[in-house]
Design a protein around this ligand. Structure first.
Ligand SMILES: Cc1cc2nc3c(=O)[nH]c(=O)nc-3n(C[C@H](O)[C@H](O)[C@H](O)COP(=O)(O)OP(=O)(O)OC[C@H]3O[C@@H](n4cnc5c(N)ncnc54)[C@H](O)[C@@H]3O)c2cc1C
Length: 302
């Protein structure tokens, strides 16, 4: 079965978008803002906070960067109008980082002004290591002007413990995740247990100091260990939240966390660029391939 799933997940990126769509719809909240907001509403009604991301990265035209910036600003307006429990996560390469690093700062400022106008929050996602310094430097400059802005550290990077030390303080708001990109062994842990150990250590450093930590993982071992530690240390609920990606099966664990009084936030991506995102999710979890094929088959024969 494992080989079957691996083979299917290797082939699926080459299937036409129409065939990939049933798979993508599990992970992506549609192509349009309205579709996404409907899903956000449903998640809010179930007691989950949310963060919205417009899919896309590495934008390489000034016009497109301008339209992405505009779309993020309008998204804050729409979230406010609909009174949703929802903030925004974005990737700086989507706003022009790597294409024109001056433009990205101007655009980020525009988006942050809009967030501030609505008293909402912006999370800057972390991309692969060529962008780590650029992202952290820009985040540092944002912190001088804005309170409601956060960043992300990846527990697979050796440098993350040092990076965290540099930002400790009341204003700190950091998401800890394992890291999704392929990084070389010179700069990153590759051993699953080392990545986990560093994840736990980073979260504990945040919560022993000041600031806010977002614990972003589907790894039940990490969720259980940190939930127990948080309970034993009596860490106040306002200091942290758990985060997951929309559509990843969690077997009821999210509802348990919610019912135990923890804040749980779902990261909800949407937009026209769903195909690349869905393929990336599939590569992460080849076990899903069997499930997708079953779904496709069932739909066709129905
Ligand atoms: C809210 C959130 C925000 C993130 N932001 C960033 C970011 O800014 N930068 C970055 O580099 N990475 C980000 N990530 C991705 C993260 O770094 C990991 O690559 C991803 O979460 C998988 O690691 P894991 O901790 O869930 O553990 P894993 O050990 O990979 O997974 C634990 C379990 O969950 C299942 N699982 C995990 N992911 C999926 C999936 N997509 N589909 C189906 N099953 C899955 C696995 O099969 C496994 O059973 C984010 C993740 C989350 C949850």
């Amino acid at each position: 079965m494992a080989l079957f799933n691996k083979t299917i997940s290797a082939i699926l990126p080459f299937v036409p978008r129409t065939l990939a769509k049933p798979f993508a719809s599990r992970y992506v909240a549609g192509e349009t803002v309205n579709e996404a907001l409907e899903i956000i509403r449903k998640l809010n009604d179930k007691g989950f906070a949310t963060t919205l991301d417009i899919l896309g990265e590495h934008t390489t035209s000034a016009e497109k960067i301008e339209s992405v910036t505009q779309a993020y600003k309008e998204l804050y307006d729409k979230i406010s109008e609909a009174k949703l429990d929802c903030n925004i996560s974005l990737k700086l390469t989507h706003l022009g980082m790597g294409f024109d690093d001056k433009i990205v700062e101007e655009n980020l400022t525009q988006v942050l002004n809009k967030a501030q106008q609505h008293d909402n929050f912006l999370r800057i996602d972390m991309e692969n290591s060529p962008y780590t310094d650029l992202t952290l430097n820009l985040y540092g400059r944002c912190l001088e002007q804005y309170d409601k802005v956060g960043f992300v550290l990846q527990s697979y990077l050796f440098r993350s413990a040092n990076d965290l030390e540099n930002y400790l303080g009341k204003k700190l708001n950091v998401r800890i995740c394992k890291g999704i990109y392929q990084e070389p062994p010179e700069i990153a842990f590759h051993d699953r247990e080392e990545i986990r150990e560093n994840f736990i250590s980073l979260v504990k450093v945040i919560l022993r100091n000041e600031g806010y930590g977002a614990i972003a993982t589907h790894d039940i071992y990490l969720i259980d260990s940190l939930e127990t530690w948080i309970r034993n240390k009596e860490i106040p609920r306002e200091r942290y939240e758990f985060q997951v990606l929309f559509g990843v099966p969690m077997k009821g664990r999210l509802e348990q966390l919610r019912d135990a009084g923890h804040k749980v936030r779902v990261y909800v991506p949407f937009g026209e660029e769903w195909y690349a995102y869905a393929v990336r999710r599939l590569k992460e979890n080849p076990n899903l391939a069997g499930y997708i094929i079953k779904n496709l088959f069932t739909k066709r024969s129905a």
